[in-house]
Design a protein around this ligand. Structure first.
Ligand SMILES: Nc1nc2c(ncn2[C@@H]2O[C@H](COP(=O)(O)OP(=O)(O)OP(=O)(O)O)[C@@H](O)[C@H]2O)c(=O)[nH]1
Length: 581
């Protein structure tokens, strides 16, 4: 796998891994935030519902008390009833407003309002009658109807407490404690109500009332223990512990102790030495500690939910923000690695491949950074320069070798092939003619009376004559022919694919050309030379040396025939010699 592809693969995998982890953290913080966001209104709604429950219970007390009295009861007591009813209405209205987005709860709150209105009507009807006309059964029924409003409202509390507890399980202990406190407040109202009728009419407790008192007392103990238990995780909260102690001292100690005294009197004489109003004044203050505890617990839970919400919002923003920053850094890092490491390495690889293939036209990027990659690019520049120099030297060397080769193959005076080169190349041509039975003709030429030229005009003039003769030979041979200076004033011409008669014609043409040539020597003299030729054609069973020997013999004949002559001799047929002069 290429480095480039590997880099992208690893980058994408890392980015996916990073996104999954960040997404996991953000989603976990989001769920905490969402839960705490939901739990705040849920706690507030529950608080409103518990307040409704309390106010409904509180409304029962004055109603019950007035039903036991004459129609012209003290105006203050009637005002107390109105006040309690107004408090219930306000609490219900507040709840209805808070839960209006939840149709089922809003409907239940509306139903409670209707039931409450009906129960109040029943009580008001009885209160409008003189006391003697109020039948006990009707009074009990009205009180029952009023209590029924409570039980009709209970599902609202159950639903809201369920929503609150489900919104954040960590708050469940505190919420349970608040619910128990609310129940305790209810029981406290009901246990007080046991004494309302007996105290007002100053009569002993009935067995039903005794039973109810004992049962409710037991429930009070149980509920208090339950609250204590639920608030154990909050032992470090002095305010909550203080409120719990208040309930214990003011309600369980003072109020319930007071009821115990009434209970003792109620079981014996039925003489309580206090009016109904005095009973309420002594009993009620202790009860107030219970809703105080409930409200404090709910406030604490609400505060915890708010803190959690704030923390979760902070962590959510921090996780998302840091995630984005980390992502940006990651992308930047990948870009930097790609730009400053990977791409230069790939460029360098291509450059190395180019340099090793001796392709020097590939441009080397100019390093922009003074780092390791920059150093590598500079080193590649140096390497390129060295490689270029090396290739140049090698070229020079090859040229020199070629020059030397040419020099070693060439006759220094005439520029023709020398004898050694003629044999080297002639053997090849000869081999081809032998193998493929092709025709090949050899011409051996010698300048006539050359010694006399030297003697008469000097060695230098002799050299000049040799160069002129060589030039004439050059003009009369094809590219495929081999032309060489065989020695002294002797020249050899090898003509592939040429038969004897054609070879003879070539020699004859050359002879005529030399004969016709007037050579202007350096000393100003004009000179005319001739040459003799021996022409032989290759026969299948001979080698090159034998062929040259035969050409030499033909030349010898040409010399003896008077020179300036061409003698062509077929092998073994000297008598068929053709001569021309
Ligand atoms: N100037 C010059 N003379 C050379 C060279 N090589 C050989 N010679 C001379 O060529 C002459 C050859 O002479 P001979 O072999 O006697 O032949 P010839 O005088 O040409 O007589 P025939 O061949 O019989 O016609 C000698 O005097 C050599 O010294 C050379 O490179 N330059």
């Amino acid at each position: 796998m290429s480095l480039n592809r590997l880099f992208w693969l690893i980058s994408i995998l890392l980015m996916l891994l990073f996104l999954v982890l960040t997404g996991r953290i953000v989603s976990s913080e989001w769920s905490v935030y969402e839960r705490s966001t939901k739990s705040m209104p849920a706690i507030k709604n529950l608080q409103l519902a518990l307040l409704v429950e309390e106010k409904l219970a509180a409304e029962r007390g004055p109603g019950h008390s007035l039903l036991m009295q004459e129609a012209d009861a003290a105006a203050s007591e009637l005002a107390g009833l109105e006040q309690a009813r107004s408090a219930s209405d306000q609490a219900l209205a507040a709840l209805r407003h808070a839960v209006q987005a939840v149709p089922s709860l809003a409907a239940q709150a509306a139903a409670t309002e209707l039931a409450l209105a009906a129960a109040r009507k029943e009580i008001d009807l009885l209160l409008s009658l003189p006391k003697r006309q109020r039948h006990m059964a009707a009074v009990d029924a009205a009180l029952e109807t009023m209590a029924g409003v409570d039980s009709g409202f209970a599902p609202v509390i159950a639903t809201l407490s369920d929503i609150a507890v489900r919104s954040d399980a960590q708050l469940s202990d505190g919420l349970e404690a608040a619910l128990l406190a609310s129940s305790l407040r209810n029981i406290a109202g009901r246990i007080g109500a046991v004494f309302t009728a007996p105290v007002i009419v100053q009569r002993p407790l009935t067995s039903q009332e005794i039973h109810a008192f004992l049962k409710l007392s037991g429930q009070v103990e149980q509920l208090y223990s339950g609250i204590e238990l639920q608030l154990r995780p909050y032992r470090d909260r002095p305010a909550l512990q203080g409120a719990l102690d208040e309930v214990r001292d003011r309600y369980l100690g003072a109020s319930l102790g007071f009821l115990d005294e009434l209970f003792a009197n109620g079981r014996s004489s039925g003489n309580y030495d206090l009016s109904g109003r005095e009973m309420v004044i002594r009993y009620m203050p202790g009860m107030a500690a219970i809703p105080q505890l409930r409200d404090l617990v709910l406030a604490e839970m609400l505060q915890q939910a708010k803190d959690k919400n704030r923390r979760a919002a902070f962590f959510l923003l921090a996780a998302a923000g840091l995630g984005l920053i980390a992502l940006a850094i990651f992308i930047l890092l990948a870009q930097v690695i790609r730009q400053r490491v990977l791409r230069p390495i790939l460029d360098a690889t291509n450059l190395f491949v180019s340099l090793t293939g001796e392709r020097f036209d590939t441009a080397i990027p100019i390093p922009r950074h003074d780092d390791e990659i920059g150093a590598m690019m500079r080193a590649i520049h140096v390497l390129k320069a060295h490689s270029l120099a090396k290739v140049g030297l090698e070229k020079q060397r090859e040229e020199m070798i070629a020059q030397l080769q040419t020099l070693s193959d060439t006759d220094f005076l005439t520029g023709l092939l020398n004898r050694r080169a003629f044999f080297a190349q002639g053997e090849q041509q000869f081999g081809i003619a032998q193998r493929y039975r092709r025709q090949l003709t050899l011409i051996l030429m010698d300048v006539d009376h050359f010694k006399a030229v030297n003697d008469r005009h000097g060695h230098h003039a002799g050299d000049q004559v040799l160069r002129v003769v060589a030039d004439l030979c050059r003009r009369h041979h094809r590219k495929v022919d081999l032309l060489a200076r065989y020695g002294g004033e002797e020249f050899l011409l090898m003509l592939p694919e040429i038969d004897m008669s054609q070879g003879f014609a070539v020699a004859e043409k050359l002879r005529g050309a030399i004969d016709a040539c007037h050579i202007l020597l350096d000393d100003g003299a004009m000179l005319n030379v001739t040459a003799s030729f021996g022409v032989v054609a290759f026969e299948s069973d001979e080698d090159l040396e034998s062929l040259i020997r035969r050409a030499d013999q033909a030349l010898y004949q040409a010399k003896h025939s008077g020179r300036n002559t061409v003698v062509a001799t077929p092998k073994g047929k000297q008598d068929e010699t053709i001569a021309f002069a």
